[in-house]
Ligand binder design. Structure first.
Ligand SMILES: *Cc1c(COP(=O)(O)O)cnc(C)c1O
Length: 233
């Protein structure tokens, strides 16, 4: 028996109920919201337990950490998202290990990713917008988004799918709401700018995902709520 299964099963049940409730508030259904299990610091067995519980989307924020767990998880039919800060020199490795890069924050990085994609293929990406202007080191300021979006749109090997954001740490989850709204409005503005659907809105983490879903999140990135506290070596 997988030692993480009991914990993860119980957490998933609780999360699914919260997702359903929040989706209803925004006039949607659970199936409109994808749970991305963020597995940084978690062992392969914990990831496998989430897979057994029905999770199919996973996220890591470091290329090397994905590489380290790769061989133990090779049999899982899962979709992997890169959700961290990606250095340009790791772009090619990242595209080999992840099906999505959700955190593009630089036009040069977008070009490096495009160069790694074989002819005739399109690789899906999200732009990361900086929502926490005080604390966040990464992500694009609002006035830089459209420039980088232009660069992604002009790459035939990239497919712009939407936006990702990390809300500031707040005392009450509801205080994150204006930041999620800002991200959604930016997504809507880009859809109008390009006359293109940008269906992906990746926002909401363990402490604020219900508010994010109420504000239109289509992907929530959960670590602690699913696995408990991170296991730093
Ligand atoms: C770690 C991480 C998460 C998950 O955080 P929790 O608060 O544990 O749910 C989500 N998104 C990103 C980008 C992360 O690095």
């Amino acid at each position: 028996m997988n030692p993480f299964q009991h914990l993860v099963d119980a957490n998933i049940q609780r999360i699914n109920a919260c997702v359903a409730r929040a989706a209803e508030v925004s006039g949607r259904q659970s199936k409109d919201v994808t749970l991305v299990a963020v597995t940084k610091t978690q062992p392969a067995e914990a990831i496998r337990a989430a897979y057994e519980a029905g999770v199919r989307h996973f996220g890591e924020n470091r290329v090397q950490e994905r590489e380290e767990k790769l061989s133990q998880l090779a049999d899982l039919d899962a979709t992997w998202h890169f959700v961290g800060h990606l250095q340009s020199n790791k772009a090619a490795r990242a595209t080999a290990l992840f099906q999505f890069i959700d955190s593009i924050d630089d036009a040069g990085l977008a070009r490096r990713i495009a160069r790694a994609i074989p002819e005739g293929h399109r690789y899906p990406v999200l732009l990361e917008m900086k929502l926490d202007l005080k604390e966040s080191k990464f992500g694009l300021a609002a006035d830089k988004i459209s420039g980088v979006a232009d660069a992604v749109i002009s790459e035939p090997k990239l497919e712009l799918r939407g936006l990702m954001g990390i809300a500031p740490v707040v005392n009450e989850p509801d205080q994150a709401r204006p930041f999620f709204r800002q991200l959604r409005e930016m997504r809507d503005a880009l859809e109008r700018r390009y006359n293109l659907p940008l269906p992906a809105l990746s926002m909401g983490m363990s402490h604020d995902f219900e508010i994010a879903i109420e504000e239109g999140a289509t992907q929530v990135r959960l670590g602690t709520a699913l696995f408990g506290a991170r296991r730093y070596a």
